[in-house]
Ligand binder design. Structure first.
Ligand SMILES: Cc1cc2nc3c(=O)[nH]c(=O)nc-3n(C[C@H](O)[C@H](O)[C@H](O)COP(=O)(O)OP(=O)(O)OC[C@H]3O[C@@H](n4cnc5c(N)ncnc54)[C@H](O)[C@@H]3O)c2cc1C
Length: 405
């Protein structure tokens, strides 16, 4: 296959996307929609009962790719966000409400179960006739002309690898990219539940001394819960019967939603923050959790991963139109530069918020309370924060603006 670089070689595809999580599937769909020849290496996934709050720019991107119409009926709009200080500390913050209507939107975004999002993306990849292998990539080796991926039964050669293989990324290792990782003394307990009273399309976040306890709307009288706890308490929660856990969650939610009933499928995720030292090297570009892991506070993780996929697909499509090499160092350096500010600023914000909740230091509590008070009182500041939340100034790839790659 000739690729406009003067190189002729027998390639399996121009690009291989390694990893069939949501980030990898979005990248594969975006690249193929731009006419790029893609090989998707995506083993079947284990059951994932988590949900993802997709912010407005991410929903626009999925809509532009033609995936959102399948997801829309299965997702709940997030028209408002309410933050309640549920700490028993001396300095507490006021309750703060953010309404999407204040910035001219119907919703900040939509919450959808991961299994439904992944199924919609996989079905779309199939419609686009993306070639998919369901075995693991065992080894990856780059050289100046391309990348060779080894499987148990042979190998595939491509010009560029998109490393979407999650937090323990083989692609990152193969590219020789290190990372900075810090574990938090917390875990996230996740589950979905039914409740008696409507959520009114409002995501409710209780800030507690051990971290946020967040109920995010699902369609109907259902919500998903992300409860951040210390590991001892999480183990106690995980061991409870459904009836006891339902009662405990209702108590923690101050019965705002009436009687609750947890659904089968609990998840426990140790929290950590991790960022790759660089996001691309040696014909391998990292996206999603292979590039960055942030704790589930403020719904940032996959929204960042989607912007990685959109930005990379855009660069590859543009480079290809110029008949240049899509794995060249210049493209990889541009990708790294384009993603850095977005990723680093979100990491700092999530880290600061989490630390301010955990800290018993009175001045830190005071600062957190004062910040929320100012956000509550000063309209332009609140609106600027909301806009930055759904559409970050540092990164607006074409797909998130409703334009095709
Ligand atoms: C409790 C919790 C709640 C969250 N809520 C939100 C939210 O509301 N909003 C939000 O934006 N984000 C949220 N996140 C973050 C979000 O879930 C992650 O960012 C996202 O799942 C990462 O997707 P990914 O595709 O990068 O990685 P993964 O989902 O980890 O997928 C990686 C895939 O690569 C595959 N793989 C690994 N190695 C290989 C190999 N060698 N060959 C082939 N395949 C391989 C794996 O099998 C896996 O399927 C949350 C996270 C947690 C823990």
């Amino acid at each position: 296959m000739a690729l406009g670089t003067g190189m002729t070689e027998n390639l399996a595809a121009e690009v291989a996307v390694i990893g069939g999580g949501p980030a990898g599937l979005i990248a594969a769909v975006a690249l193929k929609s731009a006419g790029v020849d893609v090989l998707l290496i995506a083993p079947e996934r284990e059951a994932d009962h988590r949900t993802t709050a997709l912010l407005a720019g991410s929903v626009t991107a999925l809509s532009t790719l033609g995936v959102w119409e399948t997801c829309r009926q299965q997702a709940a709009p997030l028209a408002a966000i309410r933050i309640i200080d549920d700490t028993r500390r001396l300095l507490r913050a006021p309750e703060v409400h953010f309404n999407a209507a204040e910035i001219g939107l119907d919703a900040f975004g939509y919450n959808i179960e991961n299994r439904r999002l992944v199924a919609a993306l996989a079905a779309h990849a199939e419609r686009l006739k993306i070639v998919r292998r369901t075995d693991m990539a065992l080894a990856i080796a780059s050289d100046p002309g391309g990348v060779t991926i080894k499987f148990t039964d042979g190998a595939a050669r491509v010009r560029l690898v998109v490393g979407a293989d999650g937090a323990r990324s083989l692609c990152r290792k193969a590219a020789g990219i290190g990372s900075e990782r810090r574990a938090y003394p917390q875990v996230a307990l996740t589950l979905n539940l039914e409740h008696a009273r409507p959520h009114a399309e409002t995501s409710t976040e209780f800030h507690t001394e051990s971290g946020p306890f967040t109920l995010v709307p699902l369609p109907g009288l259902r919500s998903s819960l992300v409860c951040v706890l210390d590991s001892a308490r999480a183990a106690a929660f995980a061991a409870m019967t459904d009836a006891d856990l339902s009662a405990e969650i209702e108590r923690r939610a101050h019965s705002l939603f009436g009687k609750m009933r947890v659904e089968p499928g609990r998840g426990v995720f140790p929290l950590a923050i991790e960022t790759a030292h660089t996001f691309a090297r040696a014909r391998i570009a990292l996206i999603g959790e292979a590039a960055h892991v942030v704790p589930p506070i403020g719904a940032q993780g996959l929204n960042l991963g989607l912007r990685d996929a959109a930005a990379l697909a855009e660069l590859v499509a543009d480079t290809r139109r110029q008949n240049a090499d899509i794995g060249a160092p210049a493209l990889l350096a541009r990708y790294d530069a384009e993603r850095r500010a977005d990723i680093v600023s979100r990491r700092i914000a999530v880290d600061l918020l989490n630390r301010s909740l955990l800290s018993d230091f009175l001045p830190v509590q005071g600062m957190r309370g004062l910040s929320l008070y100012l956000i509550d009182r000063i309209g332009p500041l609140r609106r600027a924060l909301m806009r930055e939340g759904v559409m970050p100034a540092a990164s607006q790839p074409r797909l998130t603006r409703g334009e095709m790659v």
